[in-house]
Every structure is written in C-alpha cells, then in structure tokens.
Design a protein around this ligand. Structure first.
Ligand SMILES: Cc1cc2nc3c(=O)[nH]c(=O)nc-3n(C[C@H](O)[C@H](O)[C@H](O)COP(=O)(O)O)c2cc1C
Length: 170
C-alpha cells in the first residue's frame, strides 16, 4: 500500500488550514483500528488552539514542530473503561498505538504531513500533558500527532531487511 511505504515523519508545515472533513477522516481511521478484546479504550483530543499547542512545546523537548502545526490529535487510553484491568492483560496502550498508526497512514493518504510524538510511558510528559489537557486521573496520553499541510519533502525509504526475518524459529 503506497501510503504505508511513502509515509515519513513531517515536522514542517504551511499555514494552510486542515479541513474538518480531513480531521474527521483521520479520527474515523483511528477508530477503525483493531483493539484488545475489542474494548476500543482510545479517546482523542483534537487541539486547534494555538495556546494549547504552544504550551505542549514547553513541557516536551521533542515537540517543537507543534509551533507550526495546524492541529494535534492526542491519543489517550481510558483505563476507567478497561473491563480487563484485573486480568493479566491490559491492552490500552496497544489499542492507542494501533489508532495512532492509522491516523498517520490516513494523513498520508490525505496529502497531509504528520509525526508521532511520544507520550506514555515518559512520566514527565504524561504528567505535563495531564495538567495542560485537564485529563481525568485514569486517562493516559499515549501519543501526540502533529498535523499540517507539508512544507518539507522527505525521501522515500525502503527499510525492508531480510536479516530481520526468521523462518519458523529464531
Ligand atoms: C513511539 C514513538 C515516539 C516518537 N516520539 C517522537 C517525538 O517525541 N518527537 C519526534 O519528533 N518524533 C518522534 N517519533 C518519530 C520518529 O522519530 C520517527 O518515526 C523515526 O525517526 C522514523 O522516521 P520516519 O517516521 O520518517 O519513518 C516517534 C515515533 C514513535 C513510533
């Protein structure tokens, strides 16, 4: 699939707005992701407010591209809804990672530029985001996706590496 092979992290953006229909499509793509026990423990915060975007850059050293971004989507896990929390497995972080990747691929399909910015498990960043976004106690931000119309072009890379493939056993 072209969009998967051509996607790169885009950290420079024009000042063109991202349409509401593009934003909705990225959110629909996110919610189409697979999830553990089909619990869909994700929640999404769409940030368009310049002050909020800029305040994230103050608590996260690797998020400076948000200063140029048209928006960000913060993908959060809602542990309150996790009916499997007492089992051995809680998959909220994997649900949110799958949703994050779907947003990146849909952004590529829409001709937008995007980059995955880390949240969980970095405690300092989770704490800072919780404060800025006024997240309830059991809502954990896994990722921040910075989005805009691209103002940089990146080389398409082929990372296929046969050395990383093991047949039947390690
Ligand atoms: C879990 C995760 C956390 C990341 N955190 C950041 C980040 O905080 N800031 C950033 O600029 N890029 C971040 N990235 C993007 C990676 O740097 C990028 O995907 C990697 O260098 C490969 O480049 P590519 O996306 O262009 O293929 C993150 C990616 C992942 C998957």
């Amino acid at each position: 699939m072209k969009e998967i092979f051509e996607r790169r992290s885009i950290r420079k953006y024009t000042d063109l707005k991202v349409s509401d229909s593009d934003i909705k499509n990225m959110l629909r793509a996110a919610m189409s992701a697979p999830s553990g026990y089909n619990q869909q423990l994700w929640e999404f915060i769409v940030i368009k407010d310049r002050n909020v975007l800029d305040s994230i850059t103050e608590i996260h050293p690797y998020s400076q591209m948000l200063k140029e971004a048209q928006l960000a989507i913060v993908v959060c896990g809602d542990l309150e809804r996790d009916k499997r929390a007492d089992d051995w497995a809680s998959y909220w972080d994997q649900d949110c990672a799958a949703a994050t990747e779907n947003i990146l691929i849909e952004a590529q399909y829409l001709g937008l530029g995007a980059v995955w910015i880390s949240g969980y498990p970095r405690e300092d960043i989770v704490k800072g985001l919780k404060k800025i976004l006024e997240l309830p106690n059991k809502v954990i931000p896994l990722s921040i996706i910075s989005i805009g119309h691209p103002a940089e072009k990146k080389e398409i890379l082929d990372r296929y590496d046969i050395q990383k493939i093991h047949l039947n056993k390690w």
